[in-house]
Design a binder for this molecule. Structure first.
Ligand SMILES: *Cc1c(COP(=O)(O)O)cnc(C)c1O
Length: 232
């Protein structure tokens, strides 16, 4: 299947999930996760109408951003090392993976230098998997209190990477719990926090995530096909 055909299928499934959940299609933003995939495939997605891409490595995001046309949105969805943050201002629409104060501090500093606001989500490790990054759910509230002091950071919501499961329904509770946490955190009314966005759901489980309230779904394999990490 071509990228164009895959996108039609993903779009059809997003619409069906929205319909099942009684949600409007406009409430869900599809991020096409293009990591490891060549420019030609990204161009095919652009030709099919996609404008929003996700990358999990800073160098790759920078390279693709700089090579592709203006008017596309690049979202940083992967674990972020502090020494790479300086590459992101001017290139990144949203950082989905803020998971430490140390990182937030560096983001604030680098964006301040550019006179820009960093739009971010807080990554939460809902299943407590040791292999994954993200705050424990019970630490999110105090983290938000701390992040309120960073004038160049604006927090829009929460992100999670759910476990890899055979049956997407196994992740339903994780998505529902992230939504509960988001609603709980809405009572924080700091000037730089507006908890609205839920970045959850990947190729294996984005339909369930939409049913449970996702506002961003991050779909890679379902659009671009399987990744071959050996070739990079
Ligand atoms: C790679 C990646 C995705 C997309 O995964 P697929 O299963 O290929 O859809 C989504 N989110 C993050 C953070 C990723 O690193």
């Amino acid at each position: 299947m071509s990228v164009t055909e895959n996108l039609e299928e993903v779009e059809r499934r997003i619409c069906a999930a929205c319909e099942r959940a009684g949600r409007d299609r406009s409430e869900v933003t599809l991020i096409a996760v293009s990591k490891t995939k060549p420019i030609e495939m990204i161009e095919e997605a652009v030709d099919a109408g996609i404008r929003i891409f996700g990358e999990n490595k800073v160098q790759e995001l920078v390279q693709k951003h700089d090579e592709m046309e203006d008017g596309l949105e690049w979202h940083m969805i992967g674990h972020l090392q502090t020494n790479k943050v300086k590459m992101l201002p001017g290139r990144t629409k949203m950082i989905h993976s803020v998971d430490s104060l140390h990182l937030a501090e560096e983001i604030d500093k680098q964006y301040a230098k550019h006179g820009e606001i960093a739009h971010v989500l807080i990554e939460v490790n809902m299943a407590g998997e040791e292999s994954k990054f993200g705050l424990a759910p019970q630490d999110v509230e105090s983290f938000l209190d701390e992040i309120a002091k960073f004038a160049n950071i604006y927090v829009h919501g929460l992100m999670t990477i759910a476990p890899f499961v055979e049956d997407a329904n196994e992740n339903r509770k994780i998505f529902a719990d992230l939504k509960k946490l988001l609603i709980d955190m809405r009572r924080k009314n700091n000037d730089n926090i507006d908890m609205r966005e839920l970045s959850m759901g990947m190729t294996g489980d984005y339909e369930v995530a939409i049913e449970e309230g996702a506002t961003f779904v991050r779909v890679g394999t379902g659009i671009f096909g399987a990744r071959n990490y050996q070739k990079g």
